[in-house]
Design a protein around this ligand. Sequence first.
Ligand code: ADP
Length: 466
Amino acid sequence: MLKNMTIRNKITLWFSLSLILLVLVTYFIVSYVSKNVMIKNLQDNLVETVLHNMRGLEFIDSEDNLQIGQTSLAYNDGFIVIDEDFLDIVNGVYTALYNQDNKMIYGEDPIAKQSFVVDFTNDQIKELSIDGTKHYIYDIDVSETGYEGLWMRGIVPETSGLVYAGDIRSTAMIVLPLMAILSIIGGYIIVNRSLKPIKDVTNAASSIEASGDLRQRVDVGNGKDEAHELAYTFNSMLNRLEDSFERQKQFTSDASHELRTPTSVILAQSDFYLEEERSTEEYVKALTVINRQGQKMKELINSMLDISRLEIKPENYVKEKLNLSNTVGEAVQGLDKIDHDGITLDVSIGNSIYIEGNKELISRLVINLLTNAYKYGKTNGNIWLNLTHSQGRAILSVKDDGIGIANSDKNKIFRRFYQADSSRRNTGTGLGLSMVKEIADYHNAIIKVESKLGEGSEFIVSFKLI
Ligand code: ADP
């Protein structure tokens, strides 16, 4: 049954049961302690009253020694003078004097009235139940020479103390459950409020599941507890999901768009030249166009595949201790085939610079940056490739004195398919720099562009050294 309960109900149930148990235990402890304290008080009071009254007794031989107004009792040959502050009944304690025949000669005694006979024992508290009411009895032997057999007895019924204990008990009986009820209500409200973000997350998740709409968010408010933390995390997870979903959608749409142009050109060319018999030169011309567009498609598809591979399965690109100096050097060597356009490449590579990286990806990064430097460089211009290290970082710079990049384009060039100069659209895919960025991110590297339109550009990538 517990399994099917909501957390809120479980906590509330546990909390309520514990509180009820606590109230019961507290109630019994209060009852027990208050009764014991009461009995102790009652007995102390009994002894105290009897001793007080005993101190108030005086023994005289002759009535002549009596002062006016004094109460006296004849006993054997003498007299007992009773002090005026002798307390017959005080705080429920009865006090009485008994003679040698066990007969009450002064005071009040509820037991004697009911003709119960209790033997006298000096300085001891005895218990006696009369009609179901417990009584405490305390005797003191006050005999003196000539006054033998004289006893003073104090009696107190338990009921006179029970009134106070009863008061404490009935107060506890009202206050404790009241406090428990208030705590349970307060606890329920707090639990309910605290768990609200979890409920909201569940609602949002099921609504997203039903509608597929990733734009929904949980209204978190400004709480800081664990449940709010969950809601914040859920929201930021949705942000990332939505972002990557959007990027994916955008990528697919851009890719289709990019592939449509060469496909249309190929189809148009082939349709046109298939309409009627053509000369060999015309076929060659058409095939050249078709071949160029095919090349472009191949480039696009390869780049897209590379990007997706890195995105979908980065674990395929294992990072290890990599000699960056060698890797960059080899990548530069591999660029021989490029149409150099009279551009001079100046390479300066510091020795033995090590980073943690993937050789294949780092080569790709260097090749992409260099290819761009050639592509967007000026005829007979210069490219400077420089690899150094400074302050714990390896710094790779690829600089050219080519066409440069407008300020407004600097942030956009890393976007997929973005090409700053639309007149050069035939020369690339718009995916080279986005691959560079993905690779840099994968290596936790920082990438920066410094460029001035018409003067040239510098791409700087810095890696952490190992
Ligand atoms: P593309 O295939 O068009 O070269 P990239 O992603 O490599 O695609 O580059 C995106 C755009 O950034 C290029 O189209 C170009 O406009 C600009 N760009 C990249 N590198 C340079 C550079 N070295 N100099 C000037 N512009 C550059």
